[in-house]
Design a protein around this ligand. Structure first.
Ligand code: PLP
Length: 299
C-alpha cells in the first residue's frame, strides 16, 4: 500500500467523496494521473461553509465558481441545478452538521501539452465534505489570532479562485512556523492585499472599517461581501480602500474573513499587539451579526 493510500485509508470511516459522477468512499476516490488539475493546476475550486447541515451563501459560491470557470474557459461540469443536488447529497452522505464543502473543477485528463486541448470539454468535478469542530473555532475567535506579513508573490489574477495555491501554502506554513495563524500578503507599495486564505480588514483609530476594494489583486470573498453588508446595516462607517501595513500596525482593530473562519479577530501583527491585544468591539459586532445570518432559519 502506498503512503498516500495508507494516509487516506485513515480518513474517518463513512466519509464519501463525489468524483467523476460517482459517490465513493473517500479512500478510493481518485482522478487520472494526466488530469490537468494535477499536472498544471489547470483548475479552480470553491469552499462553502456548512452550518446546521445547510450550505451558507450557496448562491455566492456558485456565482463565483461560474465566474472563475468562465475566466479560464472551462465549461461548467453540469447545470447549476444538478450541481446543487450533488452538493446537498455530498453533505447528506457525509452527515455534516457543521463543516466545509470543497469543490474542485479541473479541465480534465488529456495527453500532456501546455496548450489547452481543442477537445477539452470534459471537466473533472470533485466534491468532498468534512466536519469542523465549532468549539475550536469559537475558542480561537474568542481569543483572536496572530498574523505575520510577507511579500505577495502570487500571480496577477488572484480574483480567480485557482487551485494554484503554492505561494499561499508556503506563506501559511511560514506563518505557522513563526507561531502565527495566518499570513497577510503585502504588495510592492506596502499595501496589504489579503490573507493566504482570507480577506483582510482593519478598523482605523477613528473607527472606519477598511478592506481592500475588489480588483485582480484579491479574491472576491463571499464572506467579505456578507460582512460588508452586515457592516452597512449596523451603521458602521466602511471604506473599500487599500491600507498599508503601517496602518494595520496602528489600527484599533483587525480581523479576517473566510468561509472557513467566518469573522476572525486578529490580535497581533508581526509581533505587535493590535490595540490592547483583545478582539475589538466592531469585530465582535460583525462576528455576531455574521453568526446570526449563518444560524438564521431558512424560509
Ligand atoms: N482570499 C483568499 C486568497 C482565499 O483563498 C479565500 C478563501 O479561500 C478568501 C480570501 C476568502 O473567501 P471566502 O470568504 O469566499 O471564503
Amino acid at each position: 500500500m502506498s503512503t498516500i493510500t495508507r494516509e487516506y485509508s485513515r480518513s474517518p470511516a463513512g466519509r464519501i467523496a463525489y468524483v467523476e459522477g460517482r459517490y465513493l468512499p473517500h479512500g478510493q476516490a481518485c482522478v487520472h494521473i494526466e488530469d490537468r488539475g494535477l499536472q498544471f493546476a489547470d483548475s479552480v475550486y470553491e469552499v462553502c461553509a456548512i452550518q446546521a447541515g445547510r450550505l451558507l451563501d450557496e448562491r455566492g459560491h456558485l456565482d463565483r465558481l461560474e465566474r472563475s470557470l468562465l475566466e479560464i474557459k472551462i465549461p461548467m461540469p453540469m447545470e447549476r441545478a444538478s450541481l446543487r443536488a450533488v452538493m446537498r447529497e455530498t453533505v447528506r452522505r457525509n452527515r455534516i452538521v457543521h463543516g466545509l464543502l470543497y469543490m474542485q473543477v479541473t479541465r480534465g485528463a488529456y495527453r500532456r501539452d501546455h496548450a489547452i486541448p481543442q477537445s477539452a470539454h470534459r471537466p473533472t468535478l470533485i466534491l468532498t465534505a468534512r466536519q469542523l469542530d465549532f468549539a475550536v473555532l469559537e475558542r480561537r475567535r474568542s481569543q483572536g489570532v496572530r498574523v505575520v506579513s510577507m511579500p505577495d508573490q502570487r500571480w496577477a489574477r488572484c480574483d480567480i479562485k485557482s487551485t494554484a495555491l503554492l505561494p499561499n501554502v508556503l506563506a501559511k506554513s511560514q506563518a505557522r512556523e513563526q507561531g502565527a495563524y495566518e499570513a497577510w500578503f503585502v504588495d510592492h507599495q506596502g499595501f496589504v492585499t489579503e490573507g493566504s486564505s482570507t480577506n483582510a480588514w482593519i478598523v482605523t483609530r477613528d473607527g472606519i472599517l477598511l478592506t481592500r476594494p475588489l480588483s485582480p489583486d484579491i479574491l472576491p470573498g463571499v464572506t467579505r461581501a456578507g460582512v460588508l453588508r452586515a457592516a452597512r446595516e449596523a451603521g458602521i462607517r466602511v471604506e473599500e480602500r487599500a491600507f498599508t501595513l503601517e496602518e494595520a500596525y496602528a489600527a484599533r482593530e483587525a480581523f479576517f474573513t473566510a468561509a472557513t473562519a467566518w469573522v476572525m479577530p486578529v490580535v497581533e501583527i508581526d509581533g505587535r499587539p493590535v490595540a490592547n491585544a483583545h478582539p475589538g468591539e466592531i469585530t465582535e459586532e460583525l462576528a455576531s451579526r455574521y453568526r446570526a445570518f449563518a444560524e438564521a432559519p431558512v424560509d
